[in-house]
Design a protein around this ligand. Structure first.
Ligand SMILES: NC(=O)c1ccc[n+]([C@@H]2O[C@H](COP(=O)([O-])OP(=O)(O)OC[C@H]3O[C@@H](n4cnc5c(N)ncnc54)[C@H](O)[C@@H]3O)[C@@H](O)[C@H]2O)c1
Length: 319
């Protein structure tokens, strides 16, 4: 079983990273947490509320592509492992301007793998269901399904996954890849579907739905995802891929209606707009392997957690 000790967490000021920081700090064998984040438009240092109160946590503003900085962090803190979450993460932005996605998601991951190789560190790479491309209902992708990314974002994450697998095979770097479906939770940047629709609804502005809104996404609470990553770290095998999913499939238009219902706003606010190019109809992941290997399954109850998340987003936007 892998321990935690001193962890470098990349992307810890982002949506999932800031939740993972809280989860890691709740683990007894974590002695130090170094959070490295560039603070792009998507990063928010204020999201690291708990870590700033916890003396075990140090925040460093910097770029994962900066090898000299990574080397300095390793020497200063004797890091024992890396949780790699930093990424450019928004599909629409990747379609408009793919280059930054290649730089951060591909070159940045490669830089971290160099450090992991040089210092023999395990590295967990947080990846996505989007690497498989569309999955036809009722199938669910297994970990060895073909990688067929559609968007530049998904392609850059796929490239990063493959670099992790190559580092394992060629240099025996202990890489673990986790792939997860759509996360919902507090503190998400309002360009992603749920916070964006909450923000639009609060302003009585139209909720833009791509095409007919029939694309299907699976939704998992961010706490279940974080618990999964820590379980994969502790009990996952190097070189392997593990899946996390909420097993809560919703169409995008169904999600928009649920948000409007929760906020007591009319469905007439939904506005259909031209579909996103290369828009995948459905993502779905099989999670049997994570259940078998480390007993992981989603625990958060959607019926109670979803309204709580909506309320916390409302508080963020109005408070
Ligand atoms: N959000 C989801 O539903 C979801 C699902 C599956 C996988 N993932 C993956 O989880 C990870 C986190 O996603 P998120 O939704 O929290 O993203 P996010 O956009 O909210 O946060 C990304 C963070 O990375 C930081 N960052 C960006 N470029 C950087 C760089 N060059 N150097 C250092 N820091 C940099 C940003 O400042 C930000 O704090 C990503 O790797 C993403 O691909 C996300």
């Amino acid at each position: 079983m892998r321990g935690l000790n001193t962890i470098l967490l990349t992307g810890g000021a982002g949506f999932i990273g800031s939740s993972l920081a809280r989860h890691l700090l709740a683990e007894n064998d974590l002695t130090q947490l170094i959070v490295l984040d560039k603070l792009t438009y998507a990063g928010n240092r204020a999201h690291l509320v708990v870590p700033e109160q916890d003396k075990r946590c140090t925040f460093v503003q910097g770029d994962i592509c900066d090898l000299a900085l990574l080397e300095r962090l390793f020497n200063d803190h004797q890091i024992s492992g890396i949780f790699h979450l930093a990424a450019e993460s928004h599909v629409d932005r990747s379609i408009a301007q793919p280059q930054e996605f290649i730089t951060t998601n591909v070159q940045g991951t490669s830089a971290l793998l160099e450090i992991a190789r040089a210092h023999k560190l395990p590295l967990l790479h947080c990846s996505t269901d989007e690497v498989y491309g569309p999955i036809r209902s009722p199938e669910k992708a297994k970990e060895d399904a073909p990688l067929l990314p559609s968007s530049p974002y998904a392609a850059s994450k796929t490239a990063a996954d493959l670099l992790c697998q190559a580092a394992f095979r060629t240099y025996e770097v202990e890489t673990i890849i986790t792939r997860c479906t759509n996360n919902y939770g507090p503190r998400q940047f309002p360009e992603k579907l749920i916070p964006r629709f909450v923000q639009c609804a609060l302003r009585d502005e139209p909720l833009p739905i791509y095409g007919k809104g029939l694309q299907i996404r699976d939704w998992i609470h961010v706490d279940d995802h974080c618990a999964g990553m820590i379980a994969a770290w502790r009990r996952g095998k190097a070189g392997q891929v593990y899946h996390f999913a909420g097993h809560r499939e919703r169409t995008n238009i169904g999600m928009a209606r649920s948000i409007l219902d929760a906020l007591r706003k009319p469905h007439s606010l939904i506005q259909h707009v031209a579909d996103r190019p290369g828009h995948d109809e459905r993502y779905a992941l099989d999670t049997e392997k994570s259940l078998m290997w480390f007993g992981w399954q989603p625990k958060v109850n959607f019926q109670t957690a979803f309204p709580e998340v909506i309320n916390s987003l409302v508080a963020d936007f109005t408070g």
